[in-house]
Design a protein around this ligand. Structure first.
Ligand SMILES: Cc1ncc(COP(=O)(O)O)c(C=O)c1O
Length: 314
């Protein structure tokens, strides 16, 4: 889907115009993947634009940076305020927010520490990542021939730009072969995650998801799904999941900021359950969207209002 430009982008504490957000070709990140980023959704809620789990996303950005010895020049509070200012500056009612922190233009060489740390934040309108129909009917996915990175190679708890080279392999292979998305296994052959989503399996009434040690990102939607399951008295288990569990599951679904809660109706052309969205995924979706739309109380304090008038826009 083509990107629709918005007016303002936040750069190192100031707003600049969308078309002026450019970097030098010799910036470290271009050559060595030395960036960390976030993907955050702002929902149109009954109370105005509301950013979902903003602090948790910005904390993960700082954590990703810390793993790569990239200390953010901006505090958690400053980043959260910048995101809310950005939504207001662009007068968005709902959008996707993309903060990115990277090693900029300085030296060219593997050691990045002489290169300045740059932080940008942009937002734009974004629909359903895996399609409206996917949310209602479920999507067809495959198990990828590409694994997620092994432990102690590329850290999976960091949401780093470099990790998405692996994600690209998984996604391109899946789309080329006529699937909507691919599932990556970990180095032991256990389920890890999709190219941009965490994965859940439902079996005999229990919602099961791989532990964070099995090469998945510590997804914020994953955490929200686990919290909603607890609210609804649905049993959950975090445990290593063998590949074949997919084929005999009652339900399988993805979670993620982009994918939200997307049911999976088939894996490798084997129908899951009834080959359609299952009742647990439906229930979790309903609860999730009721909270994000403001129809149900924000009982976990997940929403940050971006509805107030903006202070300064340069
Ligand atoms: C590889 C990967 N796994 C999982 C997720 C889901 O994480 P979250 O729910 O925090 O968006 C994402 C999306 O950011 C992702 O890119």
């Amino acid at each position: 889907m083509p990107l629709a430009p918005t007016e303002q982008i936040w750069h190192n504490g100031k707003f600049i115009r969308w078309e002026d957000a450019k970097i030098h070709i010799l910036s470290h990140v271009i050559h060595y993947g030395s960036g960390v980023f976030e993907g955050i959704r702002c929902y149109e809620s009954a109370q105005g634009p509301a950013v979902f789990r903003l602090r948790e996303h910005m904390q993960r950005l700082l954590d990703s940076g810390r793993i790569y010895r990239m200390e953010s020049p901006y505090t958690l509070d400053a980043l959260c305020n910048a995101a809310l200012d950005l939504v207001r500056a662009n007068k968005m009612s709902a959008c996707y927010i993309r903060p990115v922190m990277f090693r900029g233009y300085g030296e060219v060489g593997v050691d990045p520490r002489a290169c300045p740390i740059e932080v940008y934040m942009a937002c734009w309108e974004w629909g359903k990542y895996l399609g409206d129909e996917g949310l209602a009917k479920g999507i067809d996915v495959c198990v990828s021939s590409w694994n997620r990175p092994s432990p102690n190679t590329l850290p999976q708890m960091a949401k780093s730009s470099a990790n998405y080279m692996n994600s690209q392999l998984i996604r391109m292979e899946a789309k080329t072969n006529g699937y909507e998305e691919g599932i990556g296994l970990d180095h032991n052959g256990h389920l890890a995650e999709g190219s941009g989503e965490n994965i859940f399996v439902v079996r005999k009434g229990t919602v099961i998801t791989p532990p964070l040690s099995d090469a998945g990102l510590s997804g914020i939607t994953r955490d929200s799904v686990l919290a909603i399951c607890a609210d609804l008295d649905i049993p959950v288990s975090e445990q290593p999941i063998p590949r074949e569990m997919l084929y005999i599951a009652d339900e399988v679904f993805f979670s993620g900021t982009a994918a939200e809660i997307t049911p999976i109706r088939s894996v490798d052309r084997i129908n899951i359950g009834g080959g359609a969205r299952g009742p647990v995924a439906k229930r979790l979706q309903e609860e999730f969207f009721a909270i994000t739309s403001g129809k149900k109380p924000d009982r976990h304090g997940w929403l940050s209002s971006a509805g107030l008038p903006t202070a300064v826009v340069r």
